[in-house]
Design a protein around this ligand. Structure first.
Ligand code: LAG
Ligand code: CA
Length: 463
């Protein structure tokens, strides 16, 4: 059902933000499958606007649908189908970013990426087709200018235009039917689930109707930015799938920056999702560049803290996890690495396994990749032996794994690991260091790598 990512029990999705379908297919085969990734969140698949006015081919043009045809900046329908099949064949699933709340922004018109014409001001999207009757009537939006501007009022949040984006009238059978057809087409191709963009701005009943019309089971995670500061709360979506937990981004950033705060990572009293409903991440494509739900998040621009934060997230039993994979950027609008005609560049792989052509590939950073194996290995186990003192943190996961960070760069002390006796590789440094667990579960834990002062040992993930 909505809670099953259907990836054989694996635990981590990677968002290959703005990657082309051809690059993703290759990455599934050459890297993600062996590393144990459950799947890939891909950028929106539908036809979208081509923006050359207020910005030059910004990444966000993909959040302005023109139709549900499957040709986008990431590639053609044929390339998309080929990618899904090749990733599925190696056990890596595809999760599509579904933009259902709206179509393109007011003031925009022309031709989309699949060749369809459109005119937002006329509410005309012949590629679907949608016409004026398919958009939320103006009198249902209580805001003076028609835009979302009062997060204290659910009618404002859901019936008005989000940053001027033409808001679909999801209560109508016709809109629901078109969106059901779109998602069913993707499921037929072999997609395993959906991130629902701007779910906070959609009525849960409308989502329920769409999800109820699907022809196959699908995993769902809904984008709801709830910081306990508005009328729309994450729990309104719990029956529809997992829900993004943006408070986690703040919590992990605060805790990793100041370990004295790490004991307070999950604050259910603040309204944070229970673990079985939470969808968590250290940063996403929006808040890493100061867009939606930003805050002082940790990103790849701070590699030391980022490795600690992602490792901690993957070690700690809370929520379903997503790892971000970015491209380098200067400005917040800047689209993906491109040639002179704004065609997205391939993701090239350097001899050391890192990526070229402007792609960051955080998911290939050794501690991050290896902690994916850890999270898979310890899935379902309880947190135990939690230790937090100064710049040191450590805990075990049942009898399956033990994890520690020495933020200062060094540690040498005895811990109860909860694990059976034996010698285990520190998977973070690729077994350069090892740990011997005694018959009573105790082990001497030494950390000496100041750049990546992380230790993780687990049953079944050595090698
Ligand atoms: C999301 N989640 O709920 C996406 O994660 C987020 O990236 C989307 O906004 C948003 N919802 C709507 O899908 C992004 C950018 C916006 C951009 C919007 C549409 O963060 O900045 O707005 O996509 O492309 C842009 C301009 C606005 C303009 C608007 C309409 O930045 O100034 O008003 O387009 O023309
Ligand atoms: Ca809406």
């Amino acid at each position: 059902g909505y809670f099953d990512p259907d990836c054989g029990g694996k635990q981590v999705i990677v968002h290959l933000f703005e990657w082309k379908w051809t690059s993703i297919a290759e990455e599934c085969e050459r890297f993600l499958s062996a590393a144990g990734f459950c799947g890939v969140q891909v950028s929106p698949v539908h036809e979208h606007v081509i923006v050359t006015t207020d910005a030059m081919r910004p990444w966000w043009e993909r959040y302005q649908p023109v139709s549900y045809k499957l040709t986008s900046r990431s590639g053609t329908e044929e390339e998309f189908i080929d990618m899904v099949q090749r990733c599925n064949a190696v056990g890596v699933r595809i999760y599509v970013d579904a933009v259902l709340n709206h179509m393109a922004g007011l003031g925009r018109s022309g031709i989309g990426t699949a060749g369809s014409s459109f005119d937002s001001d006329a509410h005309d999207f012949p590629g679907v087709p949608f016409t004026v009757a398919d958009f939320t009537p103006r009198d249902m939006c209580p805001s003076h200018d028609g835009n979302v501007n009062n997060y204290g009022d659910p009618n404002n949040v859901r019936n008005c235009y989000l940053v001027g984006l033409t808001d679909l009238y999801g209560a109508t059978d016709y809109v629901r039917q078109k969106q059901i057809e779109y998602l069913n087409r993707l499921l037929e191709i072999g997609v395993a689930g959906f991130r629902v963009d701007a779910a906070k701005h959609m009525w849960p009943a409308d989502l329920e109707a769409i999800q109820g019309g699907l022809s196959k089971p699908a995993f769902f995670y809904h984008e709801v930015i709830d910081r306990n500061d508005g009328a729309v709360k994450v729990d309104e979506y719990f029956h529809l799938g997992r829900v993004t937990e943006f408070r986690y981004c703040s919590k992990i950033a605060t805790g990793i920056r100041d370990f004295s705060q790490l004991g307070n990572l999950i604050d259910l009293g603040w309204g944070m999702c229970p673990s079985d409903k939470a969808f968590v991440f250290v940063d996403n494509h929006d808040n890493q560049r100061g867009h939606g739900g930003a805050g002082d998040v940790i990103t790849h621009k701070d590699p030391f803290l980022y490795k600690l934060a992602i490792s901690y997230m993957l070690a700690y039993p809370y929520g379903f996890t997503r790892v971000m994979s970015s491209y380098f950027f200067e400005s917040t609008d800047e689209g993906p690495p491109h040639d002179g005609n704004y065609n997205t560049l391939d993701v090239t792989i350097n001899p050391d396994g890192s990526c070229g052509n402007g792609w960051v590939c955080e998911h290939r950073w050794a501690p991050i990749t290896r902690m994916v194996a850890f999270r898979n290995a310890v899935a379902g186990t309880e947190l135990a032996n939690f230790f937090l003192e100064g710049d040191n943190v450590a805990f075990s996961r049942g009898d399956k794994g033990f994890f520690a960070i020495a933020k200062s760069g060094s540690m040498d002390r005895t811990f109860q690991t909860g694990m059976p006796a034996g010698t285990y590789c520190n998977i973070i440094d690729g077994c350069a260091s090892q740990v011997t667990v005694n018959g009573d579960g105790n082990a001497q834990i030494r950390i000496t790598n100041a750049d990546e002062p992380i230790l993780a040992i687990c049953q079944g993930c050595d090698g």
